[in-house]
Design a protein around this ligand. Structure first.
Ligand code: GDP
Length: 532
C-alpha cells in the first residue's frame, strides 16, 4: 500500500490554466485531451465552437454542464502520468470559483495570446497564484499569426507581472512562417507540418539536432542565422534556469506554440509533466500534511448546488491531499466535529461524470452533499484534530443591494442567498450601521448578478431587484479603534459586515482606498478575509 501510494502520488500532476477570455484555453484544453488520448477531436471541436457562439448565455451552458463551464476537473493519462486539469471558468462567468479552484492546484499554466500579451484577467489570476507561490508555466499561443516578438513578451511578463521568464523553447518563425520550436536543453529543433489537418489529430513532427549537418536541409540560411542569434542573446542575457526558482514561482518556464494547429503542444506537455510538481504537502493546524501520509485527508474548495434541477442536489468538490480515498469511506468532518460518510463520489473524465472507486492525492472528487459541507472544510480519516488552512475568500469588485420584489417570499430569498453564498456564488454583506435590512451582495464578475437573479427565481421562487452600488473595492478592516459609525463617507466609502460579523469597507475607487490608507495608517485594509 505504501509503495502504491508513493507511486500514485509521484505520477500525478494537478494544474489549472489561467488566461484571459479568447486566449485559447478551450482550444488548448482540447488539445491536451487529444494528446492524452482522452478524446478524438474530429467533430467535437466544431460542435463546441458552435455551442459557444450560438449562445453567449451562461444559462444554456449551465444546463449542459459541459466541460467548459462548470465541470471541475478533467482527468487524463499521458506517458503514465495521471493528469488532473482543473477547470477555471474564465469567460463572463468569471467568479470566485475561478480563484478558489487555484487553491486546489499544484501548478498553473498561464496562457497568453502572442498578439495581446498580458491581459487583465490573466493579471488577476496570476496574483492569486503568486500568493500561493505555485509554479507558473507560460504558454504563448497563436504563433501561427503575427504577434509580438518573443523578447518583447518576456519583457512584458517582467514589467507587468514582475516575473522573470526562461524560454524552454524558442519559436522558429511566426505567422504563416511559424514552423517549429527549438528545445534549448536538448538542442533539438522540432519542425511540424500540418498537411491537410486542421488540428483534429496530432501533428506530424520531425526533430533534428541543431548540431547535425541536416539542420541546413530543414532550415533556411536566414532561419538558422536568426535562431542562432536569438539563442546567443538568451544564453548571454537571460536568466539561468533553476528548478528551485521555477518551483517557487519566481521564474516561469516559457513555451511557444499554436493550440489551433497543435504546433508545440506535445513539446510543451512533455516538458510540463517533467517539471511540474507532484502533489505537495499542505499546511494544517498540525503542521504540513504530506501526500504520502497513509491516512486519507482532503479539503472542500468548491460547492455547486442544483447540478441536476430535478434532484436539487449539491456537489462538494474535494481535493485529496493525502492517503487513499476509497468509495463510501468515513472521515472526520472537523468543523462539524463528527464522522461522516463520503457518499456518491464522482469524477469528471473528459466530458462525462463517472462514478469512482478510489482516488489519490492530487485528485478531485465530487461528493454528494446533503448540506453538510462548506468551502474550506477538512475531511480526515481517523483524526479529529486536523484542519487545513481555509480556502481564502476573495475581494469582490461589483456590488448591489438586493431587494425582494415579493415581500411574502422574503424568507425564500434569504434562504437562497444563504445557500448561494455558501456555494460561493456571491458574498453577502449586511449594513447594520445604516439600520438597513436589505443585504448587499458582492461578486468578482458582473455576470454573477444575472446568475444570482436567475437562480433565486428558478430555484427558490424569489424574484429580486438589484440596485447597483458605485463601489469597486471591498477591504476587510484590521486594527484597533475602528469606528464603523464615523467611517462612512457619502458615495466614497461605506462600512458593512460579512457573514461572520467582520467589518469591511466598500470603496468607490482606487483613489478613495488610497485616501483612507493615507489618513488611517493605524488601520489595515486587506483584500482577503482574515482567517477566523
Ligand atoms: P478561450 O476563450 O480562452 O477558451 O479561447 P478559445 O479556445 O475559445 O479560442 C478563442 C478563439 O481563438 C477561437 O476562435 C479559437 O479558434 C482561436 N484560437 C485558439 N487557439 C488559437 C491558435 O493557436 N491560433 C489561432 N490563430 N487561433 C486560435
Amino acid at each position: 500500500m505504501a509503495n502504491e501510494l508513493e507511486r500514485e502520488v509521484a505520477r500525478r500532476r494537478t494544474f489549472a490554466i489561467i488566461s484571459h477570455p479568447d486566449a485559447g484555453k478551450t482550444t488548448l484544453t482540447e488539445k491536451l485531451l487529444l494528446y492524452g488520448g482522452a478524446i478524438h477531436l474530429a467533430g467535437s471541436v466544431k460542435a463546441k465552437r458552435a455551442r459557444r457562439h450560438a449562445t453567449s448565455d451562461w444559462m444554456e451552458l449551465e444546463k449542459e454542464r459541459g466541460i467548459s463551464v462548470t465541470s471541475s476537473v478533467l482527468q487524463f493519462t499521458y506517458r503514465d502520468h495521471a493528469v488532473n486539469l482543473l477547470d477555471t471558468p474564465g469567460h463572463q462567468d468569471f467568479s470566485e470559483d475561478t480563484y478558489r479552484t487555484l487553491s486546489a492546484a499544484d501548478a498553473a499554466v498561464m496562457l497568453i495570446d502572442a498578439a495581446k500579451g498580458v491581459e487583465p484577467q490573466t493579471k488577476k489570476l496570476f496574483k492569486v497564484c503568486r500568493l500561493r507561490n505555485i509554479p507558473i508555466f507560460t504558454f504563448v499561443n497563436k504563433l501561427d499569426r503575427y504577434g509580438r516578438e518573443p523578447l518583447e513578451l518576456m519583457n512584458e511578463l517582467e514589467q507587468v507581472l514582475g516575473i522573470r521568464s526562461y524560454p524552454m523553447n524558442w519559436p522558429i518563425g511566426m505567422g504563416p512562417e511559424f514552423r517549429g520550436v527549438y528545445d534549448r536543453q536538448a538542442r533539438v529543433v522540432h519542425l511540424f507540418s500540418a498537411e491537410g489537418s486542421h488540428g483534429e489529430s496530432e501533428v506530424a513532427e520531425r526533430s533534428v539536432s541543431i548540431d547535425a549537418p541536416e539542420i541546413r536541409e530543414v532550415l533556411t540560411e536566414a532561419e538558422l542565422t536568426k535562431l542562432n542569434e536569438d539563442i546567443e542573446l538568451l544564453d548571454i542575457g537571460g536568466d539561468a534556469f533553476t528548478r528551485e526558482k521555477a518551483d517557487s514561482g519566481q521564474l516561469t518556464p516559457m513555451f511557444f506554440g499554436s493550440a489551433m494547429t497543435n504546433f508545440g503542444v506535445r513539446p510543451f506537455l512533455d516538458a510540463f509533466l517533467d517539471l511540474a510538481p507532484a502533489p505537495t504537502s499542505r499546511p494544517t493546524t498540525q503542521g504540513p500534511r504530506e501526500p504520502t501520509n497513509p491516512k486519507f485527508a482532503g479539503f472542500v474548495f468548491k460547492i455547486q448546488a442544483n447540478m441536476d434541477p430535478a434532484h436539487r442536489d449539491r456537489i462538494a468538490f474535494m481535493r485529496v491531499v493525502s492517503g487513499r480515498y476509497v468509495k463510501g469511506m468515513n472521515a472526520f468532518h472537523s468543523r462539524l466535529g463528527k464522522e461522516v460518510r463520503l457518499a456518491k463520489p464522482s469524477q469528471f473524465m473528459a466530458a462525462e461524470r463517472t462514478s469512482i472507486e478510489d482516488a489519490w492525492p492530487g485528485d478531485v472528487i465530487g461528493l454528494f452533499d446533503p448540506g453538510q459541507y462548506r468551502i474550506g472544510d477538512t475531511l480526515a480519516e481517523g483524526a479529529t484534530d486536523v484542519a487545513f488552512e481555509g480556502v481564502p475568500r476573495f475581494s469582490p469588485e461589483f456590488f448591489a443591494v438586493v431587494r425582494s420584489r415579493d415581500p411574502l417570499r422574503r424568507k425564500q430569498m434569504e434562504k437562497g442567498l444563504e445557500q448561494l453564498s455558501e456555494e460561493g456564488t456571491v458574498q453577502i454583506f449586511q449594513q447594520p450601521s445604516m439600520g438597513m435590512k436589505d443585504p448587499i451582495v458582492g461578486v468578482v464578475g458582473a455576470l454573477q448578478f444575472e446568475v444570482l437573479q436567475y437562480r433565486l427565481e428558478h430555484e427558490y421562487g424569489a424574484r429580486i431587484a438589484l440596485d447597483r452600488l458605485p463601489f469597486s473595492h471591498a477591504r476587510w478592516v484590521v486594527g484597533q479603534n475602528f469606528d464603523p459609525r464615523s467611517f462612512d463617507w457619502e458615495g466614497n466609502r461605506q462600512t458593512v459586515q460579512d457573514r461572520d460579523g467582520l467589518p469591511l469597507v466598500l470603496f468607490r475607487d482606487d483613489w478613495a482606498l488610497q485616501h483612507a490608507e493615507e489618513k488611517h495608517p493605524e488601520l489595515k485594509f486587506v483584500s482577503e478575509a482574515p482567517m477566523i
